[in-house]
Design a protein around this ligand. Structure first.
Ligand SMILES: C[S@@+](CC[C@H](N)C(=O)[O-])C[C@H]1O[C@@H](n2cnc3c(N)ncnc32)[C@H](O)[C@@H]1O
Length: 261
Protein backbone atom coordinates (compact mmCIF):
# COMPACT_ATOMS: atom_id res chain seq x y z
CA UNK A 1 0.00 0.00 0.00
CA UNK A 2 1.32 3.44 -0.89
CA UNK A 3 0.22 6.26 1.34
CA UNK A 4 1.48 9.70 0.51
CA UNK A 5 1.35 12.84 2.53
CA UNK A 6 3.03 14.84 -0.23
CA UNK A 7 1.96 13.34 -3.58
CA UNK A 8 3.48 14.44 -6.90
CA UNK A 9 1.50 16.69 -9.20
CA UNK A 10 -0.80 15.04 -11.72
CA UNK A 11 -0.16 15.54 -15.47
CA UNK A 12 -2.94 18.12 -15.58
CA UNK A 13 -1.26 20.48 -13.08
CA UNK A 14 1.35 21.28 -15.71
CA UNK A 15 -1.44 22.57 -17.97
CA UNK A 16 -2.96 24.86 -15.32
CA UNK A 17 -1.85 28.43 -16.07
CA UNK A 18 0.06 30.04 -13.21
CA UNK A 19 -2.11 32.24 -11.00
CA UNK A 20 -5.30 30.22 -11.68
CA UNK A 21 -7.54 30.96 -8.66
CA UNK A 22 -8.40 27.95 -6.47
CA UNK A 23 -11.65 26.21 -7.34
CA UNK A 24 -14.41 26.89 -4.79
CA UNK A 25 -16.44 23.79 -5.55
CA UNK A 26 -18.41 21.85 -8.14
CA UNK A 27 -19.96 23.90 -10.93
CA UNK A 28 -22.28 21.91 -13.20
CA UNK A 29 -23.02 23.56 -16.55
CA UNK A 30 -25.44 26.47 -16.11
CA UNK A 31 -24.77 27.04 -12.40
CA UNK A 32 -23.89 30.62 -11.44
CA UNK A 33 -23.10 30.40 -7.73
CA UNK A 34 -22.73 27.77 -4.96
CA UNK A 35 -26.50 27.72 -4.37
CA UNK A 36 -27.41 26.97 -7.98
CA UNK A 37 -24.50 24.49 -8.19
CA UNK A 38 -25.85 22.53 -5.20
CA UNK A 39 -29.36 22.58 -6.69
CA UNK A 40 -28.07 21.31 -10.05
CA UNK A 41 -26.10 18.50 -8.34
CA UNK A 42 -29.16 17.41 -6.32
CA UNK A 43 -31.40 17.41 -9.39
CA UNK A 44 -28.79 15.50 -11.38
CA UNK A 45 -28.49 12.67 -8.84
CA UNK A 46 -32.24 12.57 -8.38
CA UNK A 47 -32.65 12.13 -12.14
CA UNK A 48 -30.31 9.12 -12.28
CA UNK A 49 -31.32 7.54 -8.94
CA UNK A 50 -33.42 4.73 -10.52
CA UNK A 51 -30.43 3.49 -12.54
CA UNK A 52 -27.60 4.64 -10.25
CA UNK A 53 -26.56 1.24 -8.85
CA UNK A 54 -26.65 -0.53 -12.19
CA UNK A 55 -24.64 2.24 -13.84
CA UNK A 56 -22.10 2.33 -11.02
CA UNK A 57 -21.35 -1.36 -11.28
CA UNK A 58 -21.31 -1.49 -15.09
CA UNK A 59 -19.19 1.63 -15.59
CA UNK A 60 -16.67 0.72 -12.89
CA UNK A 61 -16.54 -2.99 -13.87
CA UNK A 62 -17.63 -3.69 -10.28
CA UNK A 63 -14.41 -2.24 -8.86
CA UNK A 64 -16.55 0.21 -6.85
CA UNK A 65 -17.41 -2.60 -4.40
CA UNK A 66 -13.71 -3.22 -3.80
CA UNK A 67 -13.06 0.51 -3.18
CA UNK A 68 -15.90 0.79 -0.61
CA UNK A 69 -14.72 -2.36 1.19
CA UNK A 70 -11.11 -1.21 1.19
CA UNK A 71 -12.13 2.16 2.64
CA UNK A 72 -14.19 0.51 5.37
CA UNK A 73 -11.28 -1.82 6.19
CA UNK A 74 -8.91 1.08 6.58
CA UNK A 75 -11.05 2.40 9.45
CA UNK A 76 -11.32 -1.04 11.13
CA UNK A 77 -9.94 0.28 14.41
CA UNK A 78 -12.57 2.91 14.98
CA UNK A 79 -15.35 0.68 13.57
CA UNK A 80 -14.43 -2.06 16.07
CA UNK A 81 -15.43 0.20 18.98
CA UNK A 82 -18.98 -0.65 20.09
CA UNK A 83 -19.67 2.97 21.07
CA UNK A 84 -18.25 4.67 17.95
CA UNK A 85 -20.48 7.13 16.10
CA UNK A 86 -20.11 7.01 12.33
CA UNK A 87 -21.39 9.38 9.65
CA UNK A 88 -21.33 8.55 5.93
CA UNK A 89 -21.85 11.74 3.94
CA UNK A 90 -23.29 11.71 0.42
CA UNK A 91 -24.37 8.13 1.05
CA UNK A 92 -26.46 7.98 -2.14
CA UNK A 93 -27.99 4.52 -2.38
CA UNK A 94 -26.03 3.45 0.69
CA UNK A 95 -23.28 1.08 -0.49
CA UNK A 96 -20.43 2.81 1.36
CA UNK A 97 -22.62 3.03 4.48
CA UNK A 98 -23.36 -0.70 4.27
CA UNK A 99 -19.68 -1.53 3.77
CA UNK A 100 -18.96 0.39 7.01
CA UNK A 101 -21.84 -1.39 8.75
CA UNK A 102 -20.48 -4.82 7.82
CA UNK A 103 -17.17 -4.01 9.50
CA UNK A 104 -18.65 -2.25 12.50
CA UNK A 105 -19.28 -3.32 16.08
CA UNK A 106 -21.29 -0.14 16.57
CA UNK A 107 -24.93 0.28 15.59
CA UNK A 108 -24.50 4.09 15.47
CA UNK A 109 -24.11 4.61 11.72
CA UNK A 110 -25.87 7.43 9.89
CA UNK A 111 -26.05 7.94 6.13
CA UNK A 112 -26.70 11.49 4.89
CA UNK A 113 -27.65 12.67 1.43
CA UNK A 114 -29.60 15.62 0.05
CA UNK A 115 -31.30 13.64 -2.73
CA UNK A 116 -34.51 12.09 -1.43
CA UNK A 117 -34.67 9.65 -4.36
CA UNK A 118 -31.18 8.30 -3.60
CA UNK A 119 -31.98 7.94 0.12
CA UNK A 120 -35.21 6.06 -0.64
CA UNK A 121 -33.13 3.40 -2.37
CA UNK A 122 -30.64 3.32 0.52
CA UNK A 123 -33.39 2.76 3.08
CA UNK A 124 -34.72 -0.19 1.06
CA UNK A 125 -31.30 -1.87 1.39
CA UNK A 126 -31.28 -1.54 5.17
CA UNK A 127 -33.99 -0.32 7.49
CA UNK A 128 -31.81 -0.79 10.59
CA UNK A 129 -29.43 2.05 9.66
CA UNK A 130 -30.38 5.71 10.06
CA UNK A 131 -30.80 7.69 6.83
CA UNK A 132 -31.00 11.47 7.05
CA UNK A 133 -31.89 13.89 4.27
CA UNK A 134 -29.60 16.91 4.68
CA UNK A 135 -27.00 19.09 2.99
CA UNK A 136 -23.47 18.05 3.95
CA UNK A 137 -22.47 21.71 4.13
CA UNK A 138 -25.00 22.36 6.90
CA UNK A 139 -25.40 19.20 8.95
CA UNK A 140 -28.18 18.72 11.53
CA UNK A 141 -25.76 17.29 14.13
CA UNK A 142 -24.09 18.85 17.17
CA UNK A 143 -20.41 19.73 17.18
CA UNK A 144 -17.84 17.09 18.21
CA UNK A 145 -20.36 14.24 17.79
CA UNK A 146 -18.79 11.65 15.45
CA UNK A 147 -15.73 9.42 15.69
CA UNK A 148 -15.59 8.83 11.95
CA UNK A 149 -16.92 10.78 8.95
CA UNK A 150 -16.63 9.28 5.47
CA UNK A 151 -17.72 10.29 2.01
CA UNK A 152 -17.47 8.15 -1.13
CA UNK A 153 -17.60 9.93 -4.48
CA UNK A 154 -19.67 12.73 -2.95
CA UNK A 155 -17.25 15.37 -1.70
CA UNK A 156 -16.20 16.29 -5.27
CA UNK A 157 -19.78 17.45 -5.85
CA UNK A 158 -19.82 19.97 -2.99
CA UNK A 159 -20.51 23.54 -4.00
CA UNK A 160 -17.75 24.67 -1.62
CA UNK A 161 -14.92 22.24 -0.76
CA UNK A 162 -13.43 24.30 2.08
CA UNK A 163 -16.86 24.79 3.67
CA UNK A 164 -17.37 21.00 3.40
CA UNK A 165 -14.08 20.33 5.20
CA UNK A 166 -14.95 22.83 7.94
CA UNK A 167 -18.36 21.18 8.46
CA UNK A 168 -16.79 17.70 8.69
CA UNK A 169 -14.30 19.03 11.20
CA UNK A 170 -17.09 20.63 13.24
CA UNK A 171 -19.05 17.38 13.68
CA UNK A 172 -15.95 15.27 14.42
CA UNK A 173 -14.87 14.87 18.03
CA UNK A 174 -11.22 15.53 18.93
CA UNK A 175 -9.17 12.59 17.64
CA UNK A 176 -11.99 11.64 15.23
CA UNK A 177 -11.11 10.55 11.70
CA UNK A 178 -12.22 11.57 8.26
CA UNK A 179 -12.03 9.54 5.03
CA UNK A 180 -12.84 11.03 1.65
CA UNK A 181 -12.87 8.55 -1.22
CA UNK A 182 -13.03 10.06 -4.67
CA UNK A 183 -11.87 9.75 -8.23
CA UNK A 184 -8.39 10.83 -9.27
CA UNK A 185 -6.45 11.13 -12.48
CA UNK A 186 -3.96 8.29 -12.95
CA UNK A 187 -0.62 9.01 -14.60
CA UNK A 188 1.40 7.28 -17.34
CA UNK A 189 0.08 4.86 -19.93
CA UNK A 190 -2.77 3.72 -17.66
CA UNK A 191 -3.72 7.38 -17.27
CA UNK A 192 -3.88 7.88 -21.05
CA UNK A 193 -6.05 4.80 -21.57
CA UNK A 194 -8.21 5.68 -18.61
CA UNK A 195 -8.79 9.23 -19.90
CA UNK A 196 -10.08 7.85 -23.21
CA UNK A 197 -12.49 5.63 -21.32
CA UNK A 198 -13.52 8.26 -18.78
CA UNK A 199 -13.97 11.19 -21.18
CA UNK A 200 -15.50 9.39 -24.17
CA UNK A 201 -16.74 5.85 -23.50
CA UNK A 202 -18.19 6.39 -20.02
CA UNK A 203 -20.31 9.48 -20.87
CA UNK A 204 -21.73 7.71 -23.94
CA UNK A 205 -22.55 4.49 -22.05
CA UNK A 206 -23.88 6.39 -19.03
CA UNK A 207 -26.19 8.46 -21.19
CA UNK A 208 -27.40 5.37 -23.05
CA UNK A 209 -28.21 3.35 -19.92
CA UNK A 210 -29.62 6.19 -17.79
CA UNK A 211 -31.46 7.94 -20.60
CA UNK A 212 -30.25 11.25 -19.07
CA UNK A 213 -27.57 13.29 -20.86
CA UNK A 214 -26.05 15.75 -18.33
CA UNK A 215 -24.70 13.64 -15.42
CA UNK A 216 -22.28 11.49 -17.36
CA UNK A 217 -20.70 14.46 -19.10
CA UNK A 218 -20.52 16.22 -15.73
CA UNK A 219 -18.61 13.30 -14.14
CA UNK A 220 -15.29 13.65 -16.06
CA UNK A 221 -15.56 17.45 -15.95
CA UNK A 222 -16.00 17.37 -12.17
CA UNK A 223 -12.99 15.09 -11.72
CA UNK A 224 -10.84 17.39 -13.84
CA UNK A 225 -12.00 20.37 -11.78
CA UNK A 226 -11.43 18.66 -8.41
CA UNK A 227 -8.22 19.70 -6.60
CA UNK A 228 -5.41 17.24 -7.20
CA UNK A 229 -4.16 15.31 -4.14
CA UNK A 230 -1.39 17.75 -3.24
CA UNK A 231 -3.79 20.70 -3.17
CA UNK A 232 -6.55 18.76 -1.45
CA UNK A 233 -4.18 17.75 1.36
CA UNK A 234 -3.13 21.38 1.71
CA UNK A 235 -6.79 22.40 1.99
CA UNK A 236 -7.34 19.72 4.64
CA UNK A 237 -4.35 20.99 6.66
CA UNK A 238 -5.58 24.55 6.28
CA UNK A 239 -9.07 23.56 7.50
CA UNK A 240 -7.44 22.14 10.65
CA UNK A 241 -6.97 18.42 9.93
CA UNK A 242 -3.75 16.76 11.04
CA UNK A 243 -1.97 13.57 9.87
CA UNK A 244 -3.43 14.06 6.40
CA UNK A 245 -2.62 11.52 3.69
CA UNK A 246 -3.80 10.24 0.34
CA UNK A 247 -3.75 6.57 -0.69
CA UNK A 248 -4.21 5.87 -4.41
CA UNK A 249 -6.57 3.02 -5.29
CA UNK A 250 -6.28 1.14 -8.61
CA UNK A 251 -3.35 3.14 -10.02
CA UNK A 252 -4.86 6.42 -8.78
CA UNK A 253 -8.19 6.03 -10.61
CA UNK A 254 -9.59 6.63 -7.14
CA UNK A 255 -7.94 7.48 -3.84
CA UNK A 256 -8.64 7.90 -0.15
CA UNK A 257 -7.90 11.17 1.65
CA UNK A 258 -7.56 10.78 5.40
CA UNK A 259 -7.20 13.24 8.21
CA UNK A 260 -7.70 13.53 11.96
CA UNK A 261 -9.21 16.25 14.08
C1 LIG B 1 -21.70 9.84 -6.84
S1 LIG B 1 -22.94 9.72 -5.62
C2 LIG B 1 -22.11 8.71 -4.42
C3 LIG B 1 -23.07 7.85 -3.64
C4 LIG B 1 -22.40 6.80 -2.75
N1 LIG B 1 -21.60 7.39 -1.72
C5 LIG B 1 -21.57 5.86 -3.58
O1 LIG B 1 -20.36 5.71 -3.32
O2 LIG B 1 -22.14 5.24 -4.49
C6 LIG B 1 -22.85 11.32 -4.88
C7 LIG B 1 -23.96 11.59 -3.87
O3 LIG B 1 -23.62 12.79 -3.17
C8 LIG B 1 -24.81 13.48 -2.89
N2 LIG B 1 -24.43 14.86 -2.58
C9 LIG B 1 -23.71 15.70 -3.35
N3 LIG B 1 -23.55 16.88 -2.74
C10 LIG B 1 -24.19 16.77 -1.54
C11 LIG B 1 -24.38 17.66 -0.45
N4 LIG B 1 -23.91 18.91 -0.46
N5 LIG B 1 -25.06 17.22 0.62
C12 LIG B 1 -25.58 15.96 0.65
N6 LIG B 1 -25.44 15.09 -0.35
C13 LIG B 1 -24.75 15.49 -1.44
C14 LIG B 1 -25.65 13.27 -4.14
O4 LIG B 1 -27.02 13.50 -3.93
C15 LIG B 1 -25.33 11.83 -4.50
O5 LIG B 1 -26.26 10.94 -3.95
Amino acid sequence: MVTVSNPPNSPRSAKKPAGTPPVIGAAPVGSRDPESAARAVREMFTSIAPRYDLLNHVLSFNVDRFWWRRTARSFAQVLARPDARVLDLCCGTGDMTLALHRKAATPEIVGVDFSHAMLERASKKSSSLRWVEADALCLPFPASHFDLVTSAFGFRNFADYDAGLREILRVLRDGGECGILDFGEPRGVIGKLYRIYFQHVLPALGTLISGVKGPYAYLPASVERFPEPKEMLERMRHAGFREVSWTPYSFGIAGLFRGKK
